[in-house]
Design a protein around this ligand. Structure first.
Ligand code: EPZ
Length: 418
């Protein structure tokens, strides 16, 4: 398994260009199952999760062609299977978002239950009970969701929790349902709006994007289009925090800073010096102070940036209390950071960080995508070499991370593992 060797402490220089968002492209690709004409996506990031989604779509019979660097076409004329097999779904729980489109288009779907993952059990009850309200018959058999319908019917749905994945599945199902579907308490993440904009370009009738109430009038079929996803706000936040951790002057470009408003607010509270542009954030060397952070659904502080800002808070003066409200087990980066000398105590779903203790390089282990990013960030400001192992977790969501850091003059080297 490959590893990253980070030789700290270091500073970053110059500009990094952010890739298009993994968490936008995964539902967008699932939505191609609804399209009766060709779909073209551009600037698709080279990520493990994207390759997994391509394998899943090809299993369903989608013809995928690479037309050039990051340009892919998807042809869903000849779909052959409504089954999403365990072997594929178990490696990426986001595969569950093929359930809605398969059911809407083919009136049946057999999708493996995703199972839990490192950060939590991650149930899909909100997806299933609302698809039932739309007229789906749902059975769980042998670890699979088996869904059938005579035809989905639009109705009023109210999500108990603004689940991103449930909102996406229900939006896609509603596009081809009969009549009007109203989704109350819909998730507000920018990736939801991106999916809605794409579906509208395919011919869907959707109102209320960017609000908690999304209204969809079902249509008989959807066409094709060319589309490019929004910039990856989580990747952007990761590099902004890397710049602040290393007291660097550098620029993160190619995303909409409004999409991480809550992160920018918290960094400002920590006295970070930043220049906010329309598609970039520039950071300057800053003496940071600790603050309190509570993760929440959008527009609150994103859980996907919790590990990274926790690593940053180890370098801030004073105390920070970081509380995780979204997932039940999302502090696996903490023991690894403690091994590097960080002063962190876990109390329930809060991490209490005593900032200002210098970090020492050490061999550390990745456990999940964002925890892995936090370890790389810590290595950038730690004294000595940090060996970040099992970086296949990073490859899921950070395109060319070693090359992007090399472009920022940071000594981050990828070493072929055994
Ligand atoms: C999406 O996951 C993202 N993944 C996650 O990013 C992100 O952390 C999460 O949204 C929250 O923002 C993708 O977009 C591919 P949820 P998702 O449904 O859709 C509970 C990353 O690092 N829940 O909003 O699975 C669930 O257990 C990944 O890029 C139910 O209880 O998130 C969790 O506690 C990690 N029942 C909370 O809601 C359900 O039916 C948020 O889940 C569905 C969810």
């Amino acid at each position: 398994m490959d590893k990253l060797c980070v030789n700290g402490p270091t500073q970053l220089k110059g500009e990094v260009h952010i890739s298009k968002a993994k968490n936008a492209y995964l539902p967008l690709m699932a939505a191609t199952l609804l399209a009766t004409d060709k779909v073209t996506f551009t600037e698709v990031p080279g990520l493990r999760d994207i390759r997994t989604m391509h394998r899943l779509l090809e299993h369903h019979g989608v013809e995928i062609k690479e037309e050039g660097e990051g340009v892919f076409t998807y042809d869903c004329q000849k779909l052959k299977s409504e089954e999403a097999p365990y072997e594929l779904v178990k490696t990426m729980r986001a595969s569950i978002c093929v359930l809605g489109p398969l059911l809407a288009r083919f009136k049946k779907a057999k999708v493996s239950l995703p199972g839990g993952c490192a950060i939590g059990t991650r149930p899909i009850d909100l997806h299933l009970k609302n698809l039932e309200k739309m007229g789906a018959k749902i059975e769980i058999e042998g670890g699979y969701v088996i869904a059938t319908t005579e035809g989905l019917k639009g109705t009023k749905l109210a999500l108990d929790f603004p689940s991103v994945g449930a909102t996406e599945n229900l939006m896609m199902a509603a596009c081809l349902a009969e009549g009007e579907t109203i989704i109350e308490n819909a998730a507000l993440e920018p990736e939801i709006t991106d999916l809605g904009n794409f579906l509208v370009k395919l011919g869907a009738k959707i109102e209320g994007l960017d609000t908690k109430t999304i209204k969809i009038q079902g249509v008989s079929s959807l066409g094709g289009t060319t589309y490019s996803a929004i910039g990856d706000r989580i990747e952007a936040a990761t590099y902004i925090i890397a710049g602040l951790m290393t007291k660097s002057e550098m620029t993160v470009k190619g995303f909409d800073p409004i999409h991480i408003d809550a992160v920018i607010e918290k960094l400002a509270e920590m006295e970070a010096k930043m220049e906010i542009g329309h598609d970039y954030v520039k950071v300057f060397p800053s003496e940071l102070v600790g603050t309190d952070i509570d993760t929440a659904p959008y527009p609150g502080f994103p859980t996907d940036v919790q590990a990274q800002i926790l690593a940053l808070s180890t370098q801030a003066k004073g105390l920070s209390i970081i509380t995780e409200h979204i997932f039940e087990n999302r502090f696996m980066h903490v023991p690894e950071l403690q091994r590097m000398g960080a002063g962190i105590t876990i109390k329930g779903n809060s991490a209490i960080v005593k900032g200002g203790k210098p970090l020492k390089g050490a061999p550390v282990m990745c456990t999940d995508l964002r925890a892995s990013a936090a370890l790389v960030l810590a290595g950038l400001c730690a004294e000595g070499v940090t060996e970040v192992r099992r970086i296949y977790h990073l490859d899921r969501g950070y395109e060319k991370l070693d090359k992007k850091f090399a472009g920022l003059s940071a000594p981050v080297e990828r070493v072929q593992g055994d």
